[in-house]
Design a protein around this ligand. Structure first.
Ligand code: SF4
Length: 150
């Protein structure tokens, strides 16, 4: 199971903090967890300027700097990890421009949410991986989908 590293307590978010989730940690009882921070894997520093996916699909910081290539490189790293490890799903940090699934901020840096996926969540979905956020977990260690053979 690919997991956003910040959900496991790694201080890798743009502020230099983490978002530990006991529900995500509990998944470790039943699944091998594979932590990845796509933004760090893509070459970005920690801390780093916040960025959002714009309507045109580019990723930009509030001052307009285009960081799309670094976000895409991080997504490629996450996909490579998922493929190499034969991951069966991914649990990713809600609303992140990389990891967010279902909803992300709209690119205006004004805290407005829109339907959509972050760059990495979209890339993992594209290879057929079931993807959810930590907020979708139905209880400690319980995924919102049934795995084949589970
Ligand atoms: S890119 Fe993903 S794993 Fe890294 S800090 Fe952001 S939400 Fe967490």
């Amino acid at each position: 199971m690919v997991v956003s590293a910040c959900l496991l307590g790694v201080a890798c978010n743009h502020r230099g903090g983490s978002s530990p989730s006991s529900r995500v940690t509990a998944l470790g009882a039943g699944y091998r967890l594979l932590p990845v921070c796509p933004e760090v894997a893509g070459g970005l520093p920690t801390p780093r300027p916040a960025a959002e996916v714009t309507a045109g699909g580019r990723v930009r910081t509030a001052d307009g700097t285009d960081v799309t290539d670094l976000y895409r490189r991080g997504a490629e790293q996450a996909v490579a990890l998922a493929v190499a490890a034969r991951a069966t799903g991914a649990v990713l940090k809600a609303r992140s421009p990389s990891c967010g699934c279902h909803q992300i901020y709209d690119g205006t840096h004004s805290r407005v949410l829109v339907d959509g996926d972050g760059v990495t969540a979209a890339a993992l979905r594209a290879i057929g991986l079931p993807v959810c956020s930590e907020e979708d977990l139905e209880g400690s260690g319980v995924l919102p989908w049934t795995l084949p053979g589970a």
